[in-house]
Design a protein around this ligand. Structure first.
Ligand SMILES: Nc1ncnc2c1ncn2[C@@H]1O[C@H](COP(=O)(O)OP(=O)(O)OP(=O)(O)O)[C@@H](O)[C@H]1O
Length: 408
């Protein structure tokens, strides 16, 4: 500390008052009580705080109003935040904050430039090293901790909780309570991120209203359970954030269907158009089952087929060339023994691009993404016409080797 101060004092004494702003009345501190530091220029004082680091800066803010006002400088905390999350672009931190809501009294942060105190954002992030994440998928739900790469468990989706007549609120409560109990965590101790499946593609008022209703129901249920902070966000936007982007095209290969969602600055561009193809994970499993049945292979259940899909299947870069190669490979399934697949290994994933192979009349994934890009280009939403050239794949099926790039 002494060395830092000596260096700073040397720096300050070499500056001319006009160039430094020294003696300028500091915002919010008409009667400054910075003592001996009063003679130092403001930018030098902020530099000292920066060198001291966030913990000491926070302590300094407790000294008096003048120090508090100086320490609250947003630029200082933006710099600390950037330093805290070195691998994360600043705009993704910023957008993540605009989706957060805090418990009682309920506050919504504006989606415009929010009036955030970056000092409080920093301390909230410090206090909470991780969050509970619930991916409310349409097939089944996955839950876990943000600090781990994989989910820690699965459950049915909230629609399957309660009976068909149960009100949404009751189902949600039962659903969240079950997950908290399985994770052995008290709701009041952890913030939560909930992903909502993109199930309404249109931009009609009624679709917007039902999306809003679901979000409100999630917030009120969780706040009633005393969860301190909630971020409920659609799957597509969340997958883009997870890839540390705020603009791009999110391709979510879901359970029943695949959605291609253009997102600009964290907002789904429904007006540009969300493309949907009728091929999802379930179709791939069903198609592999058919291929296996055609080969007279016997298996116990769809679970066996899914296991083979997850362990042996891939996407070929050149389908025709792959047909000429020897692609035989085997996999052991617990209690059922060994299974060998050959062409089926890449024919299964090929239905994403040639849905007709599975008897489905829909666009191929590549055509749907190209169409979405054409719409983004035509919409001229941004001076920078490269935003939609980032394509992020999500959903379990996106793990198929070769889908994101060459397999070998
Ligand atoms: N490594 C893998 N290779 C291929 N498929 C996989 C792999 N891992 C998981 N899957 C498949 O992903 C599917 C589940 O996908 P996901 O968990 O994304 O669905 P979901 O979240 O319920 O769907 P939705 O996005 O519609 O809500 C299953 O059919 C599973 O077999």
């Amino acid at each position: 500390m002494a060395t830092i101060l000596r260096k700073i004092a040397e720096l300050a004494s070499n500056r001319t008052p006009s160039s430094t702003g020294a003696g300028r009345e500091r915002a919010g501190s008409p009667q400054s009580s910075l003592g001996a530091f009063e003679n130092l220029p403001e930018d030098v004082l902020v530099q000292i705080l920066w060198l001291l680091g966030p913990k000491d800066a926070m302590r300094m803010s407790l000294v008096c109003k003048s120090w508090r006002s100086l320490v609250s400088d947003d630029h200082l905390w933006i710099a600390f935040l950037k330093n805290q999350s070195r691998n994360q672009p600043w705009e993704s931190i910023f957008f993540a904050e605009t989706h957060l809501r805090f418990g009682c009294p309920i506050q919504t942060l504006s989606s415009e430039v929010p009036e955030l105190s970056f000092m409080s954002i920093y301390s909230q992030r410090e206090q909470v090293p991780g969050a509970v994440i619930i991916d409310g998928g349409s097939g089944y739900c996955k839950y876990g901790w943000s600090k781990y790469d994989c989910p820690s468990g699965r459950s049915a989706t909230f629609l399957e909780f309660g009976n068909i007549e149960s009100p949404m609120h009751a189902r949600l409560r039962h659903f969240f309570a079950t997950i908290y109990s399985r994770m052995q965590v008290k709701p009041s101790t952890q913030p939560i991120v909930v992903s909502i499946p993109i199930c309404h593609y249109d931009d009609t008022e009624s679709a917007k209203a039902s999306r809003r209703q679901l979000k409100e129901a999630i917030y009120s249920t969780l706040f009633e359970m005393h969860v301190p902070a909630v971020c409920a966000i659609n799957q597509a936007t969340l997958s883009l954030y997870a890839a540390r982007r705020t603009s791009g095209i999110a391709v979510n290969i879901g359970f029943q269907a695949t959605s291609i969602v253009p997102i600009l600055h964290g907002k789904v561009m429904r007006k540009v158009g969300v493309e949907v193809t009728g091929i999802g994970a379930l179709k791939l499993t069903g198609f592999l089952r058919e291929l296996m049945q055609q080969k007279n292979m016997s298996f116990e259940s769809l679970y066996t087929v899914r296991t083979l899909k997850e362990n042996l299947c891939y996407v070929a870069a050149d389908y025709q060339a792959e047909l000429r190669r020897n692609t035989e490979a085997s996999c052991e399934v617990l209690r059922e023994g060994s299974f060998t697949l050959s062409k089926e290994r890449f024919q299964t994933g090929e239905i994403l691009f040639q849905p007709r192979m599975a008897g489905v009349q829909t666009m191929g994934l590549h055509q749907a993404v190209a169409l979405c890009m054409d719409h983004c280009h035509a919409a001229e939403l941004n001076a920078d016409d490269t935003w939609f050239k980032t394509v992020v794949l999500s959903g379990g099926t996106a793990c198929l080797p070769g889908l994101a790039g060459p397999k070998f």
